[in-house]
Design a protein around this ligand. Structure first.
Ligand SMILES: [Zn+2]
Length: 184
């Protein structure tokens, strides 16, 4: 077998094209994310990562964990596709929101709702509960989201993130005003 630890540009392009084709075949659940990726010229790459399946980059690209995925992976793999949808959602959010529990709740919900729609496999209980949570600024709700994320993935580094995007978090600490103006 060829050693694909360092795929070349055309192998990467080909893999990426197949991933985006697979997403477009899966219908309107991922249309918004696909449009965003094509408008921003988002590319898919691989890199070593400690605790994540994938990550977004400031250049609006997506990097898959090279220990779990390679160009040998089936580009139609539903777990991989849901990760890509999750990361595109973070790119849509922008970095301040992406680095918050609120942003993660949004991206987990978008990614796993996509997965639930296209896969016949049931989701584990913490995920089903996570999908039931409202995407709201309630801090109690965001704390509950953190608990469920850690139940699902105990090594997940969500504790590093503020509940709100950092600029909103600072306002909350100073004034106890939620984003949008309501007081808690
Ligand atoms: Zn995320």
């Amino acid at each position: 077998m060829t050693n694909h630890s360092k795929p070349n540009r055309s192998e990467l392009d080909n893999f990426e094209k197949q991933v985006f084709n697979a997403l477009s075949r899966l219908g309107d659940q991922s249309t918004q994310e696909l449009d965003f990726a094509s408008r921003h010229n988002t590319h898919i790459k691989f890199s070593k990562q400690k605790k994540s399946g994938a990550k977004w980059t400031v250049l609006k690209n997506i990097s898959l964990n090279a220990d779990s995925y390679s160009i040998e992976t089936d580009p139609g793999d539903l777990g991989l596709l849901s990760l890509v949808v999750h990361e595109i959602r973070h790119l849509q959010q922008g970095p301040l929101t992406a680095l918050s529990v609120y942003g993660e709740l949004d991206a987990w919900q978008v990614g796993f709702r996509f997965y639930r729609k296209v896969s016949s496999k049931p989701l584990r209980k913490p995920l089903e509960e996570l999908l039931e949570l409202p995407l709201s600024w309630s801090r109690q709700n965001l704390l509950q989201a953190k608990i469920l994320m850690k139940q699902y993935s105990p090594g997940y580094r969500i504790d590093w993130y503020p509940l709100y995007p950092i600029h909103h978090e600072i306002i909350w600490w100073l004034t106890h005003h939620q984003p949008g103006g309501s007081e808690t």
